[in-house]
Design a protein around this ligand. Structure first.
Ligand SMILES: *Cc1c(COP(=O)(O)O)cnc(C)c1O
Length: 390
């Protein structure tokens, strides 16, 4: 059997043992509908409410501020679209349809914003510096009387940069503007506390920290009468219709509980640093993102005169699972918007590689990658016209 070294934990993670155990009862005998009154229904309902308590405690919220959704993507769509519909939203009734975001958001945020722009919203995208940080003065200057929402991610999924959400939250508060943050890469990886972060809305997703795929959370601060995105039944106190993914919700809470006991992820960070130091030995390689304010697990690079997708294919032949910002789902090789936003030229942004370390990885995994990569880069460069020219 081929060796597999999984270093794409920012894309998704293995279901943790705790999460698997927590799901089992609801995949077997505990199949009741949580809205039903008989006992297997009530047990399912209890499982959801226990999960809600766990999740609330984990991020410093109250249970009534936690809403379960179908994904991080849904949570982002819900927060952004509902906040933008100012007229519908009591807390935002006097605001307009101007939104402030950043140039390095996840597509779940960027494409929600794009959709709103088609429907009459105006969006200001703050640029970032070479580390992926926004300028807080620029943020202050961008706020207008009609600004309904600021949405800036807690940590970037491609380059690992952690943004100063708490500072952004203070600015938002001073101006009476709501703040949403996509914390999908942060929750379970670094401490997240909604009070300290001064946020009104926060999204995250279970499968990024050992939970099942297809379950997300939206935190909405008490008092925010967030209109639903999905209309239907009375689930989630009438705010998110659809029969709950009970097993998935139970797995998310169990995975989060387990993930928090592992913080801080110093072992992961050490492996990340070995990857950084080792791969920077390759000539004309660069480490991307913030050197210090960054997620423990993300090692992100660009290699000059390399095409990211070819690198991924060769890594795959060695059993190494990684990702590249230039790998586009459409097959078109557009360089990553994040790498362009940090100022990398197109041709260099094409040679990106993201290795995301998780708690399942071992030092042996890292050694294996460090052993394979120099040969892969050398071989691709030997075939590259760009390398000959340079
Ligand atoms: C993975 C990810 C999402 C999407 O979450 P899903 O649950 O996969 O929909 C959103 N934002 C960021 C930063 C992510 O990394």
């Amino acid at each position: 059997m081929n060796k597999t070294v999984y270093l794409d934990n920012a894309a998704t993670t293995r279901l943790s043992d705790a999460a698997f155990e927590a799901m089992l009862p609801y995949l077997t005998d505990g199949y009741g509908n949580p809205s039903s009154i008989y006992s297997i229904g009530r047990e399912a309902k209890n499982a959801i409410e226990n999960a809600r308590n766990t999740v609330a405690k984990a991020i410093g919220a109250s249970p009534e501020e936690i809403f379960f959704t179908g994904s991080g993507t849904e949570s982002d769509n819900w927060a952004i679209k509902s906040a933008a519909n100012a007229a519908l939203f009591a807390a935002n009734a006097k605001k307009g349809r101007h939104i402030i975001s950043s140039a390095i958001e996840h597509p779940a945020v960027l494409n929600s914003l794009k959709n709103l722009e088609k429907n009459g919203c105006e969006v200001t995208y703050l640029g970032v510096d070479k580390h992926g940080q926004i300028d807080l003065d620029e943020l202050r200057r961008a706020i207008r009387s009609d600004t309904a929402l600021i949405t800036v991610m807690t940590a970037n999924n491609e380059i690992g940069t952690i943004l100063p959400i708490s500072e952004i939250g203070k600015i938002a508060k001073q101006h009476g503007v709501l703040l949403h943050t996509d914390a999908v890469q942060a929750v379970g990886h670094i401490p997240v506390d909604v009070g300290e972060m001064n946020v009104d809305l926060l999204s995250f997703s279970g499968h990024k920290f050992g939970g099942a795929k297809g379950v997300g959370v939206l935190y909405a601060k008490k008092g925010l009468l967030l209109p639903p995105l999905l209309h239907g039944g009375e689930q989630e106190r009438g705010r998110r219709a659809g029969t709950e993914n009970v097993a998935g919700i139970a797995s998310l809470a169990a995975a989060l509980d387990a993930a928090l006991t592992r913080l801080p992820l110093s072992g992961v960070e050490q492996m990340r640093n070995r990857l950084r130091d080792g791969l920077l030995q390759i000539p004309r390689s660069h480490f991307t993102g913030d050197p210090t304010n960054r997620l423990p697990g993300i090692a992100s690079f660009v290699f000059e005169a390399i095409e990211g997708e070819s690198m991924l294919l060769m890594l795959d032949q060695c059993g190494i699972c990684a990702s590249s910002g230039s790998a586009c789902s459409s097959g078109a090789l557009d360089p990553s918007h994040v790498l362009l936003a940090i100022g990398l030229p197109h041709e260099i942004a094409h040679g990106s590689l993201r290795l995301s370390v998780g708690t399942d990885n071992t030092d042996e995994d890292i050694s294996y990658v460090l052993e394979k990569m120099p040969g892969i880069v050398a071989r691709l460069r030997s075939m590259s016209p760009l390398w000959n020219e340079s």
